[in-house]
Design a protein around this ligand. Structure first.
Ligand code: PFF
Length: 454
């Protein structure tokens, strides 16, 4: 299908490219998933595996996605069709799988964002101020077990994000990211500074940074790799879509490296803000997905100025979630817009309408659908597991193979070096080598082992 006649938006400045891409990477993955997964999987050992997966697998796949997106200047499905000159296999199906992954992730992610938005107001009102875990637990379950509240908050989130997307790529996505990213870092630094003054800060830091490899199993390795994909928004065409908005003179390896480093930095800072507080007040680091919603309010209630800090924490999480949600929703919007030839406005409304249905299956897991389980998981957990541990790594393997073997060495090299303007041939060779031989094999091995397939 030809979409040359559709005028595409794009990021206008170099800082805008960085802010928007970082805005996609940084999200509830850093503030919610990273702390609870690190807590539940034994701390520093998990962190180390996650770091390795980010460097060896995440980085090359991210470079490949952005480079292909920029070269094709199209949505992921059309981009793969354009770049596939051999036309022997239907590689564009990776884009279709990406679309499915986007809806799966958005369905549960928008519900967590809904809790975060609701918590900003609850924190302001003071109803979460209690050092008694049972009180904060009751507050969380009052929200998640109420079908009406869960759905309404989720829809608010969807309308809010949809509204920003309607402003377009340059004004909406880039404009918002440029304002939100600095606020995010500032809030995070304040929270870390407070956390580090607490009594048992040392224990929290030791948990985060002193590795204990006895807890690292193949399941843990799969989770760490899934987190690396989820964190950098890889394997489903998000970075390919953002790559299609990149400027032609943007230095892709440098931008990717900066995004990766800044994203890691946010996760570390989130860990430094959370674990010292958790240890000081005697909570369990392995509290699971509820860590942020139950433990954090209880912890902040015991710190001087905790009321304000709690509000700051949930605003921080909302800020982080907004950039990530924008990038997640942009995938279906741009695919529907360009493939079905409907306006961006209609594509946005259609995507949100679909999500109000698919998302409700996750919003209602705490209430009406509590007993509905597949393979022992409720739909919220199932969507999370399927996307992070199956679809994203699978997309990663296929995208790496496509970039490394199908698109062609010369095209890849030309596109990544800005047609010879950047003299980074060594970097390009290393990236190509990783994409061709290392990343796909490693991802496959970890997936097979982690899913108990051999
Ligand atoms: N990277 C985001 C986070 O860590 O919260 C989540 C995400 C965004 C995953 C976009 C996938 C994606 F395509």
């Amino acid at each position: 299908m030809n979409n040359n006649n559709i005028k595409r938006g794009g990021f206008s400045s170099s800082f805008g490219v960085l802010a928007a891409t970082l805005g996609s990477a940084v999200g509830l993955g850093n503030i919610w998933k990273f702390p609870y997964l690190t807590g539940a999987n034994g701390g520093a050992g998990f962190l180390l595996v996650y770091l390795l997966a980010t460097l060896v697998i995440g980085l090359p796949v991210m470079i490949a996605e952005i480079t292909m997106g920029r070269a094709a200047k199209a949505n992921p499905i059309s981009a793969l069709q354009k770049l596939d000159t051999q036309k022997r296999l239907p590689w564009w199906l990776i884009g279709v799988a990406g679309l499915a992954a986007a809806f799966l992730i958005l369905s549960f992610y928008s519900e967590v964002v809904a809790w975060v938005f609701a918590y900003v107001f609850k924190a302001m009102g003071g109803s979460l101020l209690s050092s008694d875990r049972h009180v904060t637990e009751a507050a969380f379950s009052a929200l998640t077990t109420d079908p009406v509240q869960s759905l309404l908050w989720q829809w608010c989130v969807l309308f809010f994000i949809g509204g920003i997307l309607l402003m377009g790529v340059t004004k909406g996505i880039e404009g918002i990211a440029k304002k939100l990213m600095p606020i995010l870092f500032l809030l995070l630094l304040v929270l870390c500074a407070v956390s580090l003054t607490l009594d048992k800060a040392g224990d929290g830091l030791a948990f985060l940074f002193r590795p204990d490899f006895s807890k690292v199993s193949s399941g843990v390795i799969l989770t760490a790799m899934g987190l690396a994909f989820f964190k950098l928004s890889l394997g489903m065409g998000t970075m390919m879509t953002y790559g299609s908005y990149f400027r032609d003179d943007q230095n892709i390896p440098q931008t990717t490296l900066r995004v990766m480093a800044a994203d890691l930095c946010v996760s570390m800072l989130a860990g430094i803000a959370i674990f010292p507080a958790v240890f000081t007040f005697g909570f369990a680091p392995a509290a699971g997905p509820a860590l942020v919603f139950i433990t954090i309010p209880a912890v902040f209630s015991q710190i001087p100025g905790g009321h304000l800090l709690m509000v700051a924490f949930f605003i921080l999480a909302s800020v982080a979630a907004t950039g990530a949600m924008l990038s997640l929703l942009e995938v279906p919007v741009v695919i529907l817009h360009e493939r079905l030839h409907i306006s961006r406005t209609r594509a946005t409304i259609l995507s949100i309408a679909i999500l109000m249905v698919t998302g409700s299956t996750c919003a209602l897991t705490g209430s009406v659908l509590a007993d509905f389980k597949i393979a022992g998981m409720n739909l919220f957990d199932l969507f999370d597991f399927l996307s992070s541990n199956v679809l994203l790594p699978l997309g990663g393997i296929l995208l790496a193979l496509f970039a490394g073997w199908i698109w062609g060495r010369d095209q890849f090299t030309a596109a990544l070096s800005n047609h010879g303007q950047l003299a980074n041939t060594r970097t390009i060779s290393v990236v190509l080598f990783l994409l061709r031989f290392i990343s796909p094999v490693l991802i496959l091995l970890v997936m097979l082992k982690g899913l108990n397939l051999f």
